[in-house]
Design a protein around this ligand. Structure first.
Ligand SMILES: Cc1cc2nc3c(=O)[nH]c(=O)nc-3n(C[C@H](O)[C@H](O)[C@H](O)COP(=O)(O)OP(=O)(O)OC[C@H]3O[C@@H](n4cnc5c(N)ncnc54)[C@H](O)[C@@H]3O)c2cc1C
Length: 305
């Protein structure tokens, strides 16, 4: 058997699971299809993770977590997990490059930005259509961008975009915002931000690059076209669980169902972090899940002997 534990995903849940399992003497591999750190790799400030220094950025925190894993011997591999198959001694894990053997698996694949399916969205994705202000704001220096959405994440990112863009237009379907009132006041006081409420995005237009958007006034039904250089869509996130359809229990929103010990319905296969059904998806809950999953993976292997 090559590994005791293969962890899929290197966000806070996967990195914590790696640390706990490797400290518990397991031979651990973390498979990550993108960059280390998961969602926190795009978080510019983490203020609510206990003990994180003031002004701690997501990438800093991710790097410290990665370092701790490396110190305890966790291996990393840049691969995309595709599927797994149960064997008498554990699992065969299929990635885009190879088949690996392991006694246990922890799924820590988290969530990803949701695309909405606006007309023109798919065609102009990466060509002015973005889902991450921290990642792409720099491309819109001195330009005019639209933000689609009105939750706290959308408002926070609108403020962030004003550091780069000349003008930010928030397209919001309701006439009031819900959520953090301090944040709302900051947005409303910001001269670079224009709010179009009771308004819905109908189409993103452009040939090769975003050039304009068509929006509908939900009170009058009137549609107008506004010149625009970029569109940031904040429509929430989807759990990365499509590869487990039919093999593991998912709830109506697609999150994996586990018990409090992070066990799925398959013995030896655990899930941790934002990918699983729970009420609060944050770094602190992801790391806690990762620790519990690793603890139970160790216990599972001990009981095999
Ligand atoms: C912009 C932003 C700001 C945030 N700010 C805060 C904050 O201030 N405080 C806070 O507590 N929380 C914050 N969060 C939420 C927090 O980042 C998440 O709750 C946390 O990252 C969840 O960790 P996770 O390990 O479960 O999943 P994720 O961080 O989503 O990591 C999952 C990893 O799995 C990988 N993966 C997925 N599918 C595969 C596959 N098939 N093969 C291989 N790898 C795969 C992904 O590439 C990703 O790296 C923020 C999130 C965002 C997006």
């Amino acid at each position: 058997m090559t590994y005791d534990l293969i962890i899929i995903g290197s966000g806070p849940a996967g990195l914590t699971a790696g640390l706990y399992a490797a400290r518990g003497s397991l031979k651990v591999l973390i498979i990550e299809k993108a960059g280390i750190g998961g969602q926190i790799a795009t978080a510019r400030e983490i203020e609510n993770y206990p003990g994180a220094p003031a002004n701690s950025t997501g990438p800093d925190l991710a790097e410290r977590m990665r370092q701790q894993c490396v110190e305890f011997g966790v291996e990393f591999s840049t691969r995309t997990y595709l599927s797994n198959q149960e064997t008498p001694g554990g699992f065969l894990v299929q990635t885009d490059a190879e088949t690996l053997e392991t006694k246990t698996i922890i799924i820590a694949t988290g969530k990803a930005s949701k695309s909405v399916g606006y007309k023109g969205e798919q065609e102009l994705r990466g060509m002015g259509v973005s889902y991450c202000a921290v990642c792409d704001a720099n491309f819109f220096k001195g330009l005019r961008v639209a933000v689609i959405g009105g939750d706290d994440a959308a408002l926070e990112d609108s403020l962030y975009l004003t550091k780069f863009a000349k003008e930010v237009v928030i397209i919001h379907q309701q006439d009031t915002f819900k959520g953090d009132e301090v944040l709302q006041k900051k947005v409303m006081d910001c001269k670079q931000i224009e709010i179009l409420d009771n308004t819905q995005l109908e189409e993103i237009k452009g040939s090769g690059m975003v050039a304009s958007i068509c929006v509908k006034d939900l009170k009058t039904g009137k549609i107008c076209e506004i010149p625009m250089d970029g569109v940031f869509i904040f429509a929430g996130l989807n759990p990365n669980t499509e590869m487990f359809v039919g093999s593991l229990q998912r709830n109506a929103k697609g999150y994996l169902v586990t018990d409090a010990e992070m066990r799925t319905s398959i013995p030896g296969l655990f899930a941790a972090g934002d990918v699983r059904e729970k009420s609060l998806r944050q770094v602190v809950t992801a790391t806690a899940d990762g620790a519990i999953a690793a603890f139970n993976a160790i216990k599972f292997i001990d009981e095999l002997v």
